[in-house]
Design a protein around this ligand. Structure first.
Ligand code: FAD
Ligand code: EPU
Length: 340
C-alpha cells in the first residue's frame, strides 16, 4: 500500500539543502507500486515530481503536488560473455556506491564517473559525464513506466537520444516517464581505460601510477573532485549550475580577437564548447556572494548555499551571473540544474 504523507520538508532531499515543502510525498520501493501510483487520487489531481538524490534540483518554492522519491534497490548480473557483463541496477541505487561496486568486481566503464552524487535512475536523465566519459557509452537499456497509464516500456540506448547533458527524459518524456532500472554493459578483462582528460592524466602521474587499473582511475577522479568541488554534506550545491555553452566557430573567432585567452574545444560538427567556469570567472564572480548564496571559490560554475539560502536567493544569483556573461560575451548560459 502506497504511503502518501503531507507537508514534508524537502531540505534533507536536495543537496542545495534548501528548505521548501512538498505538499504530498511518497516513496516507490518496487516497480509493482507504479500501477497503484498512477491510480492514486493525489497523483491524478496534482502535478508530480520524480526525485532521486536531489543533487541536480533547485527548489525555489514549495511543491504543490506529489513528490515521488525513488527507492528501488538491487544490482543484478543478468548476462555475461567473455568480454562483457550486463548489470541491471535499480533506479534508487546510489550512483557512487555502484561505481565502487563495479571497480571492486573489476567491471570496467564507469570508473571515471566516481563520486558523482545521486541515483542510478537519474543518470540517464542528463546523461551524466565526467573526465572524458559519458553514461551513454555503457548504457544498454532503460526500463520504466509511462506515467500516463502505467504501462511498462524499455528504451534502447538509441531511443534515449543522448546528447551532452541531454536525453529524451529531459525533452519529450520530461515528467512523463518513471525510470525503474537501467542496464549497463561493462567490460570484464580487457578494459579500455580513459585517462587522456588533462587533469586526470596529470593526477595519475602525480600519484606515481604508470600502469593504471580501474581502481587507480577511480581514485584519481576522487582526488580531483574532492580538491575542487564542494562536498554537498558540508556546503549545499548541485554541481555545475550551468552547461558549458557550445557556440559557432565564427562567434568563437570573433570572441578570440577581443579575448585572446578564451579557451575552446571543438565539438564534432557542432561548434566550439567554452568552459562556462572561465566566462564566469572573467566576469569577476569567482568567490563572490549575494546574501547567503555564493559562487564557489575554486569552481565558479558551482553555486553554493553558504548557510540558510533560499532557492529564490540562489536563483537570483544565477540570473545575475547569466546576465553578466550575456553582457560581456554575448553568450546565453543554459542552466543544467532543474529549477522547480
Ligand atoms: P535528482 O536531482 O533527484 O533529479 C534530477 C532530474 O532527474 C529531475 O528532473 C528528476 O525529476 C529526474 N529523475 C530523477 N530520478 C528519476 C527517475 N527514476 N525517473 C525519471 N526521472 C528521474 N553531473 C554530471 O553529469 N557530472 C558531474 O561530474 C557531476 N558532478 C556533480 C558534483 C556535485 C558536487 C553535485 C552536487 C552534482 C553533480 N552532478 C554531476 C549533478 C548530479 O549529480 C547528476 O545530475 C545526478 O545524475 C543527479 O541524480 P539525482 O538522483 O540526485 O537526481
Ligand atoms: N576554469 C576556470 N576557472 C576555474 C575553474 C575552471 O577558468 O576556476 C576553466 C578552465 O579553462 C578549465 C575549464 O574551466 O580548463 C574546465 O574546468 P573543469 O575541468 O573543472 O570542468 P568544467 O567544464 O567546469 C565539466 C562538467 C563537470 C565535470 C567536469 C569534469 C559541465 C557543465 N560540467 O566541468 O560536471 O565533472 O567537467 O569532466 O559539463 C556537473 O555536471 O554537475 C559537473 C560537475
Amino acid at each position: 500500500m502506497l504511503n502518501v504523507t503531507q507537508n514534508v520538508n524537502l531540505a534533507p532531499y536536495n543537496t542545495f539543502g534548501v528548505s521548501e515543502y512538498a505538499h504530498w510525498f511518497t516513496r516507490i520501493n518496487n516497480p509493482q507500486q507504479i500501477k497503484e501510483l498512477v491510480n492514486h487520487p493525489v497523483f491524478a489531481a496534482k502535478p508530480h515530481l520524480i526525485l532521486g538524490g536531489g543533487s541536480n534540483i533547485l527548489f525555489t518554492r514549495s511543491f504543490e503536488g506529489l513528490v515521488i522519491k525513488v527507492d528501488i534497490k538491487g544490482i543484478e548480473k543478468i548476462r555475461e560473455d567473455a568480454n562483457h557483463v550486463w548489470l541491471k541496477v535499480g533506479a534508487g541505487e546510489n550512483w557512487h556506491s555502484l561505481v565502487m561496486h563495479c571497480v571492486t568486481a573489476s567491471y570496467g566503464g564507469i570508473e571515471n564517473l566516481a563520486l558523482i552524487p545521486g541515483t542510478a535512475g537519474a543518470a540517464p536523465v542528463q546523461n551524466i559525464g565526467a573526465y572524458g566519459v559519458e553514461l551513454a557509452e555503457v548504457l544498454e537499456e532503460v526500463q520504466g513506466f509511462n506515467l500516463a497509464d502505467g504501462t511498462q516500456l524499455n528504451l534502447s540506448n538509441n531511443e534515449c537520444r543522448f546528447g551532452y547533458r541531454d536525453s529524451i527524459f529531459k525533452q519529450e518524456l520530461k515528467g512523463k516517464f518513471f525510470i525503474s532500472s537501467i542496464t549497463l554493459r561493462l567490460t570484464v578483462g580487457r578494459h579500455q581505460l580513459r585517462t587522456s582528460y588533462g587533469t586526470l592524466a596529470d593526477t595519475l602521474i602525480a600519484m606515481g601510477v604508470n600502469q593504471p587499473t580501474l581502481y587507480h582511475v577511480s581514485q584519481a577522479v576522487i582526488r580531483i573532485r574532492t580538491s575542487k568541488l564542494p562536498d554537498p554534506a558540508r556546503t549545499g550545491n548541485a554541481g555545475s549550475f550551468f552547461k558549458n555553452p557550445v557556440i559557432s566557430g565564427k562567434q568563437y573567432r570573433e570572441l578570440k580577437e577581443i579575448h585572446p585567452k578564451i579557451p575552446g574545444f571543438i565539438v564534432d560538427n557542432q561548434g566550439v564548447k567554452i568552459p562556462a567556469a572561465w566566462l564566469i570567472e572573467q566576469c569577476g564572480w569567482k568567490g563572490k556572494r549575494i546574501g547567503n548564496a555564493g559562487v564557489h571559490e575554486h569552481q565558479p560554475l558551482v553555486l553554493v548555499n553558504l548557510g540558510g539560502a533560499s532557492g529564490q536567493e540562489i536563483l537570483k544569483l544565477a540570473e545575475e551571473v547569466r546576465h553578466s556573461v550575456a553582457e560581456k560575451f554575448n553568450i546565453d548560459l543554459t542552466p543544467e540544474v532543474n529549477i522547480i
